[in-house]
Ligand binder design. Structure first.
Ligand SMILES: N[C@@H](CCC(=O)N[C@@H](CS)C(=O)NCC(=O)O)C(=O)O
Length: 258
């Protein structure tokens, strides 16, 4: 495993974004890093400068400078960044994949590793898209359209939510609530320590709290889990670092109002 000496990590962080995942992870791994901040415009989009770092102009993006590299290595997509950082600087925090003497056997993977791999992908591929649909239907309802269009727009948004978004989000949160209540989950999703699965899931669950889909009453385990993570020293330090870098008070995504 690499130690960080001579490796410079820069996180391109956008306010109210998945970029916070990476800052939390870097604090968990106790790595040194710099933050370059970007501010969303009035349409909640990233500013064009982010496209100079990566063509899609999304956050998070991480650039890594290391001896022997002519150009910084630019990594995008939070799951890919999380995996890269763990593989180089935190391999011991990835759940063990195989039990002793079963190395490489199909189906012999540990429950913790299977859960870890699953949630690394699930966060962005299954839960997040539904919260995004919910955001879109919400903005259709409040769109500045002529008054005679408003009831039609509302009807379309309500139908999408009734037929798809609401039951889908409810089903997934119920599943997560149950998953957190049994092994291999423990204090965290894959057991007793933070893994990439938690790093990926926290932002999405914070989004569900913000959208009032997840409350202490409806999903007590999930709610407690989010608040527990938000109380960790590493999470608080991550908040303090972005506050310092951005000049704005850090507000967790769950309470950010957007
Ligand atoms: N699946 C990507 C999503 C990246 C993404 O969409 N980031 C949002 C912030 S959470 C963004 O940059 N939005 C601004 C924009 O698209 O203009 C990831 O996990 O990194």
């Amino acid at each position: 495993m690499a130690d960080q000496q001579d490796v410079k990590i820069t996180v391109h962080w956008l306010n109210n974004s998945r970029g916070q995942r990476i800052i939390w992870l870097l604090e968990e791994l106790k790595l040194n890093y710099e933050i370059k901040t970007y501010k969303r415009d009035q349409n909640f989009r990233a500013p064009p400068e982010l496209k100079k770092v990566h063509p899609l102009g999304k956050s998070p993006v991480v650039s890594i400078e290391a001896p022997g590299l002519g150009q910084p290595l630019v990594l995008a997509e939070s799951g890919a960044i999380v995996e890269y950082l763990y593989e180089h600087f935190g391999r011991e925090h990835i759940p063990q994949r195989y039990p002793e003497s079963k190395e490489g056997n199909v189906g012999a993977e540990t429950e913790a590793w299977i859960q870890y791999r699953y949630f690394m992908h699930y966060a962005e591929s299954s839960l997040m898209p539904n919260l995004l649909v919910s955001l879109i239907t919400g903005s259709i309802r409040t769109a500045p359209v002529p008054f005679f269009i408003k009831p039609i727009a509302k009807r379309i948004a309500d139908t999408v939510d009734e037929k798809y978004t609401n039951p889908e989000i409810e089903m997934q949160l119920k599943y997560l609530e149950e998953t957190l209540g049994k092994p291999p989950a423990g204090e965290f999703l894959c057991g007793a320590t933070v893994t990439g699965a938690d790093v990926m899931m926290i932002f999405v669950l914070e989004g569900a709290i913000q959208g009032k889909r997840l409350t202490e009453k409806t999903h007590p385990r999930l709610y407690k889990y989010v608040r527990h993570i938000q109380g960790l020293e590493s999470y608080k330090k991550a908040g303090a670092r972005v506050a310092e870098a951005s000049g704005d008070e850090f507000v967790p995504f769950s309470e950010s109002g957007r």
